[in-house]
Design a protein around this ligand. Structure first.
Ligand code: NI
Length: 136
């Protein structure tokens, strides 16, 4: 019997979507306002889902205290109130789109979540735009 548990989290961050191989016009054309050279912010909503068997002893799929702490120390402290392009190593040479941010978050959390558990990261960049990554 598999159950999926979810933890919601939140961070604010600034970014600029930009391809250094393109000129300003092409960047503006593809990324629009998100390519503003002076950066802009988003209120990111993060949902981390962990799926697996219910542990017979605890009745948990995963201890949510541990998941909460993992998200807080590994993700929120790393990304909250940061300029993603400038201050976050992973985005020095990687466009900080919602897709790429979700993949980075998944890669970080995967290391600390038991191998028997499935991990899925959902990231809302706006209330209407969100991406889902589950490691494929
Ligand atoms: Ni943006």
């Amino acid at each position: 019997m598999k159950v999926k548990v979810h933890r919601k989290a939140h961070f604010n961050a600034a970014h600029r979507l930009f391809n250094p191989d393109w000129d300003d016009r092409k960047n503006q054309e593809v990324f629009g306002k998100c390519s503003n050279p002076n950066y802009h912010g988003h209120n990111y909503e993060l949902i981390v889902a962990v799926e697996g068997e219910i542990d017979a002893e605890t009745g948990f799929v995963m201890d949510m205290k541990i998941l909460r702490k993992l998200i807080s120390t590994k993700i929120e402290e790393k990304l909250d109130h940061k300029n993603l392009n400038i201050e976050v190593e992973e985005f020095k040479n990687l466009n900080p789109t919602a897709e790429n941010i979700a993949v980075i978050i998944w890669n970080i959390l995967r290391k600390d979540i038991g191998k028997k558990l499935k991990l899925e990261v959902t990231l809302y960049e706006t209330p209407r735009n969100y991406v889902v990554y589950s490691g494929q």
